[in-house]
Every structure is written in structure tokens, then in C-alpha cells.
Design a protein around this ligand. Structure first.
Ligand code: TRP
Ligand code: ZN
Length: 880
């Protein structure tokens, strides 16, 4: 067991810092084996502090203290105390300068927090609490300081030396080293500090801000990647313009830098003026990256750039407020993508992510509010709830206020809190002050965990020509929150007439009818009833249009209603959702009864959709995609792993057989013409074509196999190559082996492409996949020290391959626990994320439950597991 049980930190224990730091001057003598860090901190007692005992206690981990001085005088060992995670200095004045020098070891830093080595470069990752692995500091976001950084390193190994802000001086030293000094004029919390040293090249461009200032843009990469930065640079400029237009936010420094790094725990990091990225979210060429990759790059570049205002200029008071910056910034990047690509498709893909990641988290032992009230390890709370549900909570406020008032509210937020470290409550108060609305009940979205369930009963009364809706909301208990109060939420609805058009909606008692279209009802009570009058016939309701609130909706409707909505709903999201609900019904029937038939009306609807020349290809591809196995599992009382796989395979095959000619026609009509373009139109065509090919391949169509092989061999873009490879691998046999070997030969020098080679094998539903994955762990290109590679093989297998990971013999679970135990001493953040694949054990049958629990228990038995893994594993076993 854990040597000592780690203690949780509580929101209600928040205290303002006893000291503030105004200035920080850092000097680094950089070397991978050992780096010397000298820090000069100007501290003063915080006038707002509520306590203080004449000592100052700084955070610090894995630092070797070389010397320490206060106001220029070296301290005696009796004047200070060094512990495992802190440095305490006794008897300090109200204002003083503290100087320290520490030694750290970047090449041995496998956790990738603080200063570490990635390939031949050195870089930092300080969020959330990594700065304390660089120097002793008050490493909390409500301590904001002005920084300078002097970087000294060997000039041939590290010709490029970067940090936040502006480069103010540089010179060569006599010993082959050089020195560069950076100054950041904006006060910032320590988690936004960054430095990079390496032999890097930059792609350069510039941007003129709305007020006419010229900003230099630089993307730094290793020399061989210079030809993969165009898309990232284009995305950056688009994002900068969009933020000016949509939110009135201009960039504030004269230079903005992005560095692509191969070893990175997460997606990217918004350090002030010097964003550091997982190279997966920078590097792309049409032949190396798929449409999904291009899309990811555009939105992550935008996300990190947008943090400059939502996160950096205005930051979080404490880490419980993480969604203040993350939820809001995800909302902003989602809106950006909706504006520059396709709003309808974007909403669908965001809701897919929300349902598959956040709803499942809310139903798990790790369920927590958007603003959590306790944590053991903050790294465990960079979650779908904080990010994606947080974005939905901002979106609901934007929709409740309407676009003009919401813009006034965000303007107020930026004006009122610029330069401050604030709370989600401060954000909501700006929404209230700008709109005059009372959002006190709405605040429950930040406080209560769990996904609300809406049950809606509709009825139509011919005599009074009235359609009534009874809306009930209920939220299941979550750990620590047995009883939930009702939420304030917007419910967007429409009523469709017999011709499929929106009817004018008039609430009983309202004087004039609304125009036909969507009406937003605001719910506040556990049960509410609405009567719509003057309706000539029974309408078909279209509920929760655009997914107006992050809830689970159930309402009684027939398959025919769903087909009707799928064909006619004016709301694109609900057309898709109706199709998904219908397919889900058919599939769950097939799970229950393998002989259950598929009604002819379903194939007819599918065929009509395929033949509709006018429709948006991308949207059509979404509509015609069957729900994922994991999503189907969520809809069952007990996940029937094998039944779901069998049912989904069967329906895929039936579609391929029954609609063969239409699918082949769609495949041919949507072939590539001309060079690759990343436009919504071209992306949609590729998605639809490859979806059609997938159905045909499942039907074991000979022509499809020939076309798939030709596509694999001949396509010039990675989207089409990967789609074909995926299908060949899932089919198995000689063609699969040959394709994999050829792909490896062609791409073994490109790490990001090689990740795809690993994950296409890890996610195949074939019986032998786990055996294959275990073999791939021994492949010379596999390394546990490389998070992208671990994600591409281990996480891909555990999270994206329900049928093999959840094999009834528990081999998948054993495999996972072994990997967690191997990884934890190296990189606890990555290990802990893996444990999350086991925590939903209650959703499975008793046999699997026992196997999963046994593996969690085995992880907990290991002495000295990290706080990260301890928190997830112990919550998995305690809750309930
Ligand atoms: N703030 C980053 C973002 O844009 C998240 C992040 C990057 C992060 N690296 C991290 C969080 C390391 C924790 C640890 O979302
Ligand atoms: Zn972020």
C-alpha cells in the first residue's frame, strides 16, 4: 500500500498567499545532465493575507540546493529548512530579496514536468505544478510576477534559446557557450513560464493587429520538419484575426512563438508568448497527416492562442478554477472552428466527444463538478468535465444572454479582471452584471457533478388543439453528492407539422405567436409543463435542438417519428441525433436478439440519404455513421461487450450488402480530383467515400477489396491511405500483412506517422490483437518514455477497442495494469490516465467486474505508487 495516504486539498481551505512576488530574475546554465538555476525573487508580505508567522515557505521538488541568500547575505543552515517538497526560511522581513541556486537533471526527468529533454532539445512544462521542479517558488497561480530569464548554453548544441516575452540581449561567452536574455513585460503566474533550447529552425511570418501593430510569428521545429508547418501557421493567423473580430481581443507582445516537441504529456501549452506543443498538433503535410490531424492542429493552435486572454492575461485564482480558463477557451476554440469550417458538423463532433468522454466520466467514480471541490493530484483534473462540460456551461450562458449581451459580458470580464487571478464565480458575475439576469441557480452547473436526465412526455389534444410537454429533470447521485437540486437550463425545441415544416409556436397565455422555428424554454424546476396552442394536428416534437444543454434526453417517440425527424428537421444536429437514436434502437434490438430483423424503412432512408445529391457530404457522413460500440455499451444496463460487437458488425455488413450499388456510386463520385485541400467540402467527400468503402468491405465485396488496395497504394493523402489501411488490417490475411509492412518501410522515419502504424494495429477488433500489441511492445520503435507512442499503442488498445480490451478472460485488464505499474515510476501523469480505463468496472457483468477490481487492487498494492495513480485507483474502489 501507499507509504502514507496522500491528503486531499479542499477548495474551502483556500487562503490568499502570505507573500507576493513582484519580480523574478532567473539564470539557467543549461546542460541535459545538470543544469544550474539561479533565481532572484523580490518578495513582499501580501497586505490581503489573513495569517503569517514571520516565515516564508516555498514549493520545491527534486531540487538540489547549492546556496541561498537573503538580501545579499548567505543564510546559515539554521535559518532555513529543506524538506522533500518545500523550503522554509525563518524570520523574514516584510519585504526582501531571496536568491537561490539549485541543480537539476533534465536528461533524467522522465515525468516531463519542469525542465526536461526531448530528443536533442531541452524544454519546460510548468502547468500545473512543474515550476517547483525548476526552482524554489510560490508555485500557485494567484502569485503573479514579472520575469526575466537569462539562458546560457553551448552554442553548437543549443543555437536557439527561447523564453517568454521579448529577446533583449545576447552575446557569446569565451567557452563556446552563448547567452540570451528574455524579458516578459506582463505579470504572470509561474505555470506560464517556459524556456526552450535546441538546434531548431523557424518558419516565420507576421500578423498586423486590428490596431496596426506588427507581430512576428515563428514556429520552431527540428530542421527536417520545416516542410510541415504551413497549416499550423495558417491556422494561427486565422485564429488571431477571429479573436479580434469575435471577441475584440488583440495580441499584446511583438512576437509570438510556437515550438513543436516530440515528448509531451498533453496536447499543448499556452506559455506566455512561447506556446509549446506536442508536435502532433503542429506538423502536417497532406501525405503525412489525416483530415482529423489537420482539424486537430487548427483547433489546438487556436485554443492555445486564445488562452493569451482567457488564462494568461486573466488567470485562475487556484486550480479548482481550472475551468475558468479551460472551459471558456474550449468554448472559444469550438466557436472558431464552427465559424471557419462547418457549424453543423462541428456541433455533432463536439457532442460525440462530450457523450463518449464526459457523460461516462460523470457516471464514474471520478465524477466531479466543473469546479471540483477537492483533489489529491491536480493533474488528474484536466478532464472532459473541466474542459468539455465547462465549455457547454459557457455556451449555455452565451445562449441564455444572446450574442450581443454575451459579447458585452465578455468585454466586461476582460476589462474588469485584466491582470488578475479570478474564479468561475467572477466570470458568472460578469454575465449577470452585463445582462441584469440572476444566474444564482445556474451556478449549480459549476457545483454539482453528474449528467442531468431529462424525460419529456408529449401529448396532443385535438379538442383544444394543444400540445403539452411535461418535462422532468433528475440527476443521479455522484460520489459525495447524494442529492442534487434542479438545474437552470435552456431547452431549445421546435414542433414539426405533417409536411415536415416548423410550426409557429405559441405558449398558452402568450399574446402573439412566435415565428416558426426554434423556441427556447428555460427550465428551473424538477417538473415543468408547457402548453403550445393553436396547433392544427399532432406535431412531431424536435427536442433539445442544437444540444442546447449537456443532458441525457429521453422521450417517447416511434421509429417513424425518428425517420420523420431524420428526413425533415430544420435543425441539422437533431437530424443527426434522430438517425443515431434510430440506429441505436436497431442495434440494441440486435444485441438482444441476433435474429431481429432490420426494417425495410431503415434501408430506404439510408438509400435516400445516399442518393441526395444536394446534401452536405460531411454532415451526411456523420448521419450515416453507426454509433460506436462504447456508446452503445453506455446505453445498456450491463455492457454486453460481445453482443454489441456482433450486432454492429452485422448491421455494417447488411448495409454493405443491401446498398451495394449506391455505396459504390458514392465511392466513385467522391474520389479525389486534384491536389489535397483541407476545406469542409473536400474533407466531407473523403469522409463519405471512406465510410462507403467501410460498409462495402464488411460485406466482403470483391470490387471493394480491389478498390481498397488501389486506394492504399495510390492515394496521395494520408486520410485515404489510413482509411484503406484500417480496412485491410481489420480484414486480416496476407493483404493486411503486406500493407502494414509497406507502410512501415515507407514511414519508419516519421515518428507521427509511425504512431498511426501502431494504433491501427492496436484498435483492430481481430481476435489476435492483444497478442499483436504485446509483440509490438517489444518493437525497436516502441518506448514507454514517449507519451505519443504509449498513447498510440497502449491507450489506443485500452480505450478504443472495447471488444478486445474487455475480453472475458481479463487478459486486457492484466495487460493494462502491468503497463500502469511499469509507467508509474517514469511518468505518473500518463500512468494515471491509463488507470481511468479500468474505473468503470460497475458497468460490466460480475465476471468482468471481479477481474477489473482485482487489477485495480493489484495496482494499489504496489508500494510507492504516485499520488496520481493512487487517487484514481483508490476512488475507483471506494466510491459507493
Ligand atoms: N493548459 C493546457 C491546455 O491548453 C493543458 C496542459 C498542457 C497540461 N500540458 C499540461 C495540463 C501538463 C497538465 C499537465 O489545455
Ligand atoms: Zn487549454
Amino acid at each position: 500500500m501507499y507509504r502514507e495516504t496522500p491528503h486531499p486539498i479542499f477548495l474551502h481551505d483556500y487562503q490568499p498567499p502570505e507573500f507576493l512576488i513582484d519580480r523574478v530574475d532567473l539564470a539557467f546554465e543549461l546542460d541535459p545532465e545538470q543544469t544550474m538555476v539561479t533565481a532572484r525573487l523580490e518578495l513582499r508580505r501580501n497586505p490581503a493575507a489573513t495569517r503569517g508567522d514571520g516565515t516564508v515557505c516555498l514549493h520545491g521538488e527534486q531540487l538540489e540546493l547549492e546556496w541561498i541568500a537573503l538580501d545579499g547575505h548567505p543564510l546559515n543552515p539554521v535559518d532555513y529548512r529543506v524538506e522533500r517538497e518545500s523550503l522554509t526560511v525563518q524570520r523574514v522581513p516584510d519585504r526582501f530579496v531571496l536568491e537561490t541556486q539549485v541543480r537539476i537533471h533534465p536528461a533524467h526527468n522522465t515525468a516531463l514536468e519542469g525542465l526536461y529533454q526531448s530528443g536533442d532539445m531541452l524544454c519546460t512544462q510548468c502547468e500545473a505544478e512543474g515550476f517547483r521542479r525548476i526552482t524554489y517558488f510560490l508555485d500557485r497561480p494567484d502569485v503573479m510576477a514579472r520575469y526575466s530569464a537569462t539562458l546560457i548554453a553551448d552554442k553548437t548544441r543549443f543555437p536557439v534559446l527561447l523564453s517568454n516575452g521579448n529577446r533583449v540581449a545576447s552575446d557569446d561567452l569565451d567557452d563556446g557557450r552563448h547567452r540570451v536574455r528574455w524579458e516578459d513585460p506582463f505579470p504572470k503566474p509561474s505555470y506560464l513560464f517556459a524556456l526552450v533550447a535546441g538546434d531548431l529552425r523557424a518558419v516565420e511570418d507576421s500578423f498586423t493587429t486590428a490596431s496596426g501593430r506588427e507581430v512576428a510569428l515563428q514556429i520552431f521545429v527540428e530542421p527536417h520538419n520545416l516542410d510541415k508547418c504551413d497549416h499550423a501557421m495558417r491556422s494561427l493567423k486565422k485564429a488571431m484575426r477571429w479573436d479580434e473580430e469575435r471577441f475584440g481581443r488583440e495580441y499584446d507582445l511583438d512576437i509570438f512563438m510556437i515550438v513543436a516537441v516530440s515528448h509531451f504529456n498533453m496536447g499543448a501549452m499556452e506559455n506566455k508568448g512561447l506556446n509549446i506543443f506536442n508536435d502532433k498538433f503542429v506538423l502536417a503535410r497532406p501525405d503525412t497527416a489525416t483530415d482529423v490531424d489537420f482539424d486537430g492542429i487548427e483547433s489546438v493552435i487556436a485554443h492555445e492562442y486564445f488562452h493569451n486572454w482567457t488564462g494568461n492575461r486573466i488567470t485562475c485564482r487556484d486550480w479548482f478554477q481550472l475551468s475558468l480558463k479551460e472551459g471558456f477557451t474550449v468554448y472559444r476554440d469550438q466557436e472558431f472552428t464552427a465559424d471557419v469550417a462547418s457549424r453543423g458538423v462541428k456541433r455533432i463532433s463536439d457532442v460525440r466527444v462530450l457523450r463518449s468522454h464526459q457523460f461516462t466520466e460523470d457516471a464514474s467514480p471520478m465524477a466531479h463538478p466543473v469546479r471540483p471541490d477537492s483533489y489529491i493530484e491536480i493533474n488528474n483534473f484536466y478532464t472532459a468535465t473541466v474542459y468539455q462540460k465547462g465549455a457547454e456551461v459557457v455556451r449555455m450562458q452565451a445562449n441564455l444572454l444572446g450574442p450581443e449581451v454575451f459579447r458585452r459580458a465578455t468585454d466586461l470580464y476582460f476589462a474588469r479582471h485584466d491582470g488578475q487571478a479570478v474564479t468561475t464565480d467572477d466570470f458568472v458575475r460578469c454575465m449577470e452584471d452585463a445582462s441584469g439576469r440572476d444566474l444564482s441557480q445556474f451556478r449549480r452547473w459549476y457545483e454539482q457533478a453528474g449528467t442531468p436526465e431529462l424525460h419529456i412526455q408529449t401529448s396532443y389534444d385535438e379538442a383544444t388543439r394543444t400540445c403539452s410537454l411535461i418535462v422532468r429533470q433528475h440527476t443521479e447521485p455522484t460520489p459525495g453528492q447524494p442529492v442534487k437540486a434542479p438545474f437552470h437550463l435552456p431547452l431549445a425545441i421546435g414542433l414539426l407539422g405533417p409536411d415536415g415544416r416548423d410550426l409557429p409556436l405559441r405558449l398558452a397565455g402568450a399574446s402573439s405567436p412566435d415565428a416558426p422555428g426554434t423556441h427556447v424554454l428555460e427550465l428551473r424546476q424538477a417538473v415543468e409543463t408547457f402548453h403550445f396552442v393553436d396547433l392544427p394536428a399532432r406535431p412531431v416534437p424536435s427536442l433539445l435542438r442544437g444540444f442546447s444543454a449537456p443532458v441525457k434526453l429521453s422521450f417517447d417517440c416511434t421509429d417513424d417519428d425518428l425517420l420523420f425527424l431524420m428526413a425533415h428537421d430544420s435543425d441539422g444536429f437533431n437530424r443527426w441525433d434522430a438517425a443515431q437514436t434510430l440506429m441505436q434502437r436497431l442495434l440494441l434490438n440486435l444485441v438482444e436478439d441476433a435474429e431481429a430483423g432490420i426494417p425495410e424503412s431503415f434501408f430506404d432512408a439510408f438509400r435516400r440519404a445516399l442518393r441526395d445529391e444536394a446534401s452536405d457530404r460531411a454532415l451526411l457522413a456523420e448521419v450515416l455513421t453507426l454509433p460506436a460500440e462504447s456508446y452503445l455499451g453506455e446505453q445498456m444496463a450491463v455492457v454486453d461487450v460481445d453482443g454489441i460487437h456482433r450486432a454492429r458488425t452485422t448491421l455494417t455488413r447488411l448495409i454493405g450488402e443491401r446498398l451495394r450499388d449506391d455505396l459504390l456510386a458514392v465511392y466513385r463520385d467522391n474520389g479525389e480530383s486534384g491536389p489535397y485541400a483541407f476545406t469542409p467540402e473536400a474533407v466531407g467527400r473523403r469522409a463519405l467515400k471512406n465510410l462507403a468503402l467501410g460498409y462495402l468491405m464488411q460485406a466482403e465485396d470483391a470490387e471493394a477489396l480491389a478498390r481498397c488496395q488501389a486506394q492504399f497504394a495510390g492515394a496521395h493523402n494520408m486520410t485515404d491511405v489510413m482509411a484503406a489501411l484500417r480496412l485491410l488490417v481489420d480484414r486480416g490475411g496476407l493483404e493486411s500483412r503486406q500493407a502494414l509492412d509497406e507502410f512501415y518501410r515507407r514511414w519508419s522515419g516519421e515518428s507521427l506517422v509511425l504512431d498511426k502504424w501502431f494504433s491501427v494495429q492496436a484498435t483492430s477488433p481481430r481476435e489476435e490483437t492483444l497478442t499483436q500489441v504485446i509483440q509490438l511492445m517489444r518493437h525497436p520503435d516502441f518506448s514507454l518514455g514517449h507519451p505519443n507512442r504509449v498513447r498510440s499503442l497502449v491507450s489506443a488498445f485500452c480505450n478504443l477497442n472495447q471488444v478486445r480490451f474487455h475480453a472475458a478472460d481479463g487478459a486486457g485488464y492484466r495487460f493494462l495494469a502491468d503497463r500502469v505499474l511499469e509507467l508509474d515510476p517514469l511518468n505518473p501523469l500518463i500512468a494515471s490516465r491509463l488507470v481511468k480505463s479500468l474505473i468503470r468496472w460497475r458497468r460490466f457483468d460480475p465476471g468482468r467486474q471481479a477481474l477489473m477490481r482485482a487489477e485495480i487492487a493489484r495496482i494499489l498494492e504496489r508500494e510507492d505508487i504516485s499520488k496520481d495513480v493512487f487517487e484514481v485507483a483508490s476512488k475507483a474502489l471506494d466510491a459507493g
